[in-house]
Each structure stands twice: as C-alpha cells, then as structure tokens.
Write a protein that binds this ligand. Structure first.
Ligand SMILES: NC(=O)CC[C@H](N)C(=O)O
Length: 231
C-alpha cells in the first residue's frame, strides 16, 4: 500500500525440516538491523503463516521436499512463494527453481519461484565440495570478494525468458576459470553456469552456503532488498 509504514518487526522464517537452518539463524541475529526482525524456525503450517519472508536452507532437496509433504507444508509453501520473499541456499535453491535436471529418480517436487533450470549435484563427484572467491557486484562492499562454500552444489543451467517486470539479476559469479573442466569453453552455449547468486522479483538464490561463513553480506542483502525494502 503506497505510503504505508509498517513498524511491526518483520518475521523471517527459516524452514527447519532438515539441513543448515541453525546457521542461518545465527547469521541473521548478527545483522545490524536484527532488531527490526523476528527470526523463527518453521516446522508447521502455523509457523509459516506468521512469516513475512522465508529462508530455505541447504541440506538435501529431496528430503526437504519429502518432509514438507509429510508435514502438510508443501502446498502452503507453494502458495507462500507466489506472494512473499524467499531465499533458497543450495538445496533451497533447487526447491526454488522451476525445472531441475539430475533430480531424484521418479521425479522431484519443487516449489518454483525462479524462472531457471538448475542441475542438482551439478559439479559431479569430481568437485563435490570446494571453496572459491566470488565476484559479488550486487552486494555491499562489492570490491571485497566473498568466500563461496560449495557442497554438492547445484549449477544454474538456464535462465528462462522472464517478463520485464521480473528480470533475473546476477548478484554473484564464479570466475569462469574455476568452472570444472566439463564446463569449459568446449561448451559453446552461453548458458550461465558460473552464475551462483540470482535475484528475481521477491526471490533470491545462492547455490553455495553463505551461512557457513562469518560474512553475512548475503543475509544483509536479502533482508535489506527483499524483506525490509518492501515495507
Ligand atoms: N549442500 C546442499 O544443500 C546440497 C544440495 C543437495 N545436493 C541436494 O540435492 O539437495
């Protein structure tokens, strides 16, 4: 609503079915603006209904989706994604994607939200886990690189055509020379395999784990741009 100021603290939920949810809570609590936030762990439909925004942590996307179905959260989460800001990290990024490749045999349930195709475990067994400095032009203090921690991370394969209202913005990239050999220049397509943090409209995804570092610039970005910036 134009001109409306909301003095209530924003409630940020962290989906707490499986994975690195506790680390996200710690990172949010260290933000300078944390007094404007209430951070809650989300395990039930009632928890979700209190949230103004949600973080879906890393872990195992198939397990998180299964537990969401069992706890009756899957459809409420799909509704939530349509109207409120969501940040997905790693497994959470997979859940936020529209299409997954290399998903679980027999199919894998997604929430959608970001118009992209993502490859689960996209780095393969060769580079299951690695750390790399990221170019973070979309963050505060952009000249300072960010240590990206990638753990069986997904790879963004394709940005789908998105409407002018909701363009996809690249927030962080991995230097091309850090891509595994299977992604080198022999692949002449312009698919964006080095895009590791993207924003589209309300939503934000990182294919790595900012919550496992002491650098909370991605948490600051999500809160500032997607949550508080909307009041
Ligand atoms: N660190 C992670 O979140 C790993 C994601 C995991 N490979 C999945 O499919 O969900």
């Amino acid at each position: 609503m134009t001109g409306f100021t909301d003095d209530r603290r924003k409630v940020i939920g962290i989906l707490a079915l499986q994975g690195a949810f506790a680390e996200h809570r710690t990172a949010l609590e260290k933000l300078s603006c944390h007094r404007r936030l209430e951070v809650i762990l989300v395990k039930t439909i009632e928890d979700l209904s209190r949230c103004d925004a949600l973080i879906i942590p890393g872990g195992e996307s198939t397990t998180i989706a299964l537990l969401a179905r069992i706890s009756g959260l899957l459809d409420p989460l799909r509704q939530f994604v349509k109207v409120k800001p969501v940040w997905g990290t790693c497994a959470g990024a997979i859940l936020l994607s529209q299409v997954v490749e290399n998903g679980k045999k027999g199919g894998q349930e997604l929430l959608g939200g970001m118009d992209i195709t993502i490859a689960r475990n996209g780095w393969g067994s060769q580079l299951e886990s690695f750390e790399a400095e990221l170019d973070v032009q979309g963050l505060n203090d952009p000249k300072r690189p960010f240590k990206g921690i990638f753990i069986r991370a997904p790879v963004v394969l394709k940005l789908h055509q998105s409407s002018e209202d909701h363009p996809i913005q690249v927030i962080a990239q991995l230097a091309s020379e850090l891509l595994p050999p299977s992604f080198d220049s022999s692949d002449h397509s312009d698919e964006p395999k080095n895009f590791v943090a993207l924003r589209q409209g309300l939503h934000f995804l990182t294919t790595f784990h900012p919550e496992l570092t002491d650098d909370n610039r991605f948490h600051d970005y999500f809160v500032r741009e997607c949550v508080l910036g909307r009041s």
